[in-house]
Design a protein around this ligand. Structure first.
Ligand code: HMN
Length: 292
């Protein structure tokens, strides 16, 4: 478990204007994360990867390209979760065969699955492969809120090694940290990284690290050293950036900033909209303000 700690970019995927994977651009995003953002790992196939709008073959192709480009330079987590459980199992096997260090799966969404169903979903995926599982909890998008006891029940399975906690419930986060000291907890909201780090998370997984990975690491490491006010200064700058990004369109803006830095980050997949000229102008201003 400990070797999986650290800062992970939730990997963006480059698409061309027609919504096809741009392999060259995807490889550039991987390289940029390793060389410029200096991340410890990549979280592939998450929300940021526009994963839930893709076909099974496209998801596999992205796992292949990311692994082929990153090799063993950084840790790789494959998000394989899907409401189609058979697809999730297929992707889990595929990513495991490629050599991914761990799997992650979003809580099954859309239908109101009860906890027994959620538990069956995780057990089915992880028992089909020789790999480890990180629960992906993101209640604001899935509507699934699990309790401390329910996390505890899932964590009884030794192969379920942690959780990506994309929530603002710091009470629950503190309770989890105390009760599961040996499980990996990753913070999922970049704008709340400092309080999560103070509560002792093991790492963070975020979309904005694709451009802001260096500041993210500073916040995390300063917090771990107990230098909270120094970390807060960097969180303030980071949150000025995140506020600007969220106000302009999350993934479109991060991609446009990367484009301005010479990385072919491309378009978003429909139904996500294309960045307007105004959005691109604002992204360029952000690149100038925060990265030059
Ligand atoms: C993923 O699955 O791609 C990410 O790990 C999700 C990550 O938690 C991001 N959440 C979403 O995009 C919904 C955050 O990095 C988020 O984008 C950021 O904190 C800005 O709100």
């Amino acid at each position: 478990g400990t070797r999986m700690k650290g800062i992970y970019s939730a990997l963006l995927v480059s698409f061309d204007k027609d919504g096809n994977i741009n392999e060259k651009g995807l490889r550039q995003i991987v390289r940029h994360n390793i060389e410029v953002n200096k991340v410890d790992g990549l979280y592939v196939g998450g929300s940021t990867g526009e994963n839930f709008m893709l076909s099974t073959d496209e998801k596999k192709r992205i796992f292949e390209i990311a692994k082929d480009e990153a090799k063993d330079e950084v840790k790789l987590i494959a998000q394989v979760g899907s409401v189609n459980l058979k697809e999730a199992v297929e992707l889990a096997k595929f990513a495991t065969d490629l050599g991914y260090d761990a799997l992650s799966a979003v809580t099954p969404f859309y239908y109101k699955f009860d906890f027994a169903e959620i538990k069956h979903y995780y057990e089915t995926i992880i028992n089909s492969v020789n790999n480890k599982m990180i629960i992906y909890s993101i209640p604001f998008l899935t509507g699934v809120n699990m309790s401390l006891d329910q996390f505890g029940e899932l964590f009884e399975n030794e192969k379920i090694i942690g959780v990506k906690f994309t929530a603002a419930d710091f009470y629950l986060l503190e309770r989890m940290r105390k009760r599961f000291p040996d499980k990996l907890i990753y913070a999922g909201f970049d704008e709340m990284m400092l309080p999560a780090a103070v509560l002792g998370v093991d790492g963070a997984i975020g979309s904005t690290f694709n451009v802001n990975g260096v500041r993210a690491r500073q916040i995390f490491e300063l917090a771990q050293e107990g230098k909270v006010s120094e970390a807060l200064e960097i969180q303030h700058v980071t949150n000025d950036l995140i506020t600007d990004i969220l106000g302009n369109g999350l993934y479109q803006t991060i991609k446009a900033i990367l484009e301005d830095q010479g990385v072919e980050a491309g378009y978003c997949r429909k139904p996500m909209k294309e960045a307007t000229p105004e959005m691109i102008v604002k992204a360029k201003e952000m690149n100038k303000k925060y990265f030059q």
